[in-house]
Design a protein around this ligand. Structure first.
Ligand SMILES: [Zn+2]
Ligand SMILES: [Zn+2]
Length: 272
C-alpha cells in the first residue's frame, strides 16, 4: 500500500503541479494521495492567498474526478494556529501544524532556516532551547484544541536543525517531559503523523517525531500515519522504508489511513 496525505504543490511552496504529483503517484502505485496546501496566513509567505485557495480547491476536485479510476485523491489543507480555516467544508481532512512561535505579537518561523532558529533562541528565549521547546509545544497543544484538525503535523518540527544534537539531546529528560506533556494533553483525540519531509530536503536522517517519542506514543496506544510532506514529486516516498522500520521497532502493528472518507487502521506490513 502506498499512501501520502501530506502533499504540497505549486499552489503553495511545492515544485510541481498537483496533476504532475498525481501522475507520478499513479506511476509509483499509490492508492491514496491527499493534498494539503498551506492555508492562508498573513504571516506565512508560503501559504496560499485567498484567491489561490479557491483555485486550489477547484483543481483538486477536478483531479479527484478525472483520475478516480486510478487513484483516490483527497482535498486537504495544512492549517496553522496563526490562521485557522473558516470552515472544514469543503476539505476532506485538516492537518494542524505549528510553524511559528509568537512573542509580543511577533511571529518567527520554526523551520525556515537554522539562522532564524538561532535568532529565535537568542532574542525570544535567552538562548534556552528548553524555553523555546515549552513555547513551541504550548502552541501545538493549543492548535490541537481546534475541532477541525484531524492530524497533528510534524510534532517535533523544532528539532529540524538538531539532527546531530547540536542544540539539545533527543533524550534530554526535560525536553522529553515537555513533549510528552503535549502528547498527554492531546491524547488520542487526533491522529499523529510520522513526517519524512526534512529527510527529503537533507536536514534530518530521521523522521519527525524522533523515535524517543514514537515509543511513548506506542505506550499510549496513539494513532499514527506516515506522510512524506512532499514538495517534489520525486520524493513521494522519501524516508518511508526507514520510518516503517522505526515504527515496527517501536511496536506499531497498524497505521491509520483515510479510506472511503473515514479514518481507519491498516496493517503496517501492507505499507511500503
Ligand atoms: Zn508543515
Ligand atoms: Zn507541509
Amino acid at each position: 500500500m502506498r499512501v501520502n496525505m501530506h502533499t504540497h504543490s505549486v499552489f503553495c511552496d511545492g515544485k510541481d503541479t498537483p496533476e504532475e504529483m498525481v501522475n507520478e503517484a499513479i506511476r509509483q502505485g499509490f492508492e491514496i494521495l491527499g493534498f494539503s496546501s498551506h492555508g492562508y496566513s498573513p504571516n506565512d509567505e508560503c501559504s496560499m492567498s485567498p484567491q489561490a485557495t479557491l483555485d486550489y480547491i477547484r483543481e483538486i476536485n477536478r483531479l479527484k474526478e478525472a483520475y478516480k479510476d486510478q487513484i483516490t485523491i483527497y482535498l486537504g489543507i495544512e492549517e496553522d494556529k496563526t490562521c485557522r480555516i473558516p470552515s472544514k467544508d469543503p476539505y476532506d481532512f485538516v492537518i494542524g501544524s505549528v510553524h511559528f512561535v509568537e512573542k509580543d505579537g511577533t511571529f518567527m518561523s520554526v523551520d525556515y532556516s537554522e539562522e532564524m532558529m538561532e535568532q529565535i533562541l537568542k532574542e525570544f528565549y535567552h538562548g534556552s532551547f528548553l524555553c523555546y521547546a515549552r513555547a513551541y509545544y504550548k502552541e501545538v497543544t493549543e492548535l490541537a484544541e481546534a475541532e477541525e484538525v484531524d492530524i497533528i503535523g510534524h510534532l517535533d518540527l523544532l528539532m529540524k536543525y538538531n539532527d546531530k544534537e547540536k542544540w539539545i539531546r533527543f533524550d534530554d529528560p526535560e525536553y522529553l517531559e515537555t513533549a510528552r506533556a503535549c502528547i498527554d494533553a492531546i491524547g488520542d483525540r487526533k491522529i499523529y503523523e510520522v513526517n519524512t519531509g526534512a529527510m527529503a530536503r537533507g536536514y534530518r536522517t530521521m523522521p519527525y517525531p524522533h523515535r524517543t517519542l514514537l515509543a511513548y506514543m506506542k505506550e499510549k496506544n496513539l494513532r499514527l500515519m506516515l506522510n512524506s510532506d512532499c514538495h517534489d514529486k520525486t520524493k513521494l516516498t522519501c524516508g518511508y522504508e526507514l520510518s516503517l522500520r522505526l515504527l515496527k521497532e517501536a511496536g506499531f502493528t497498524e497505521l491509520w489511513i483515510l479510506k472511503n472518507g473515514r479514518f481507519q487502521p491498516a496493517d503496517i506490513n501492507l505499507f511500503h
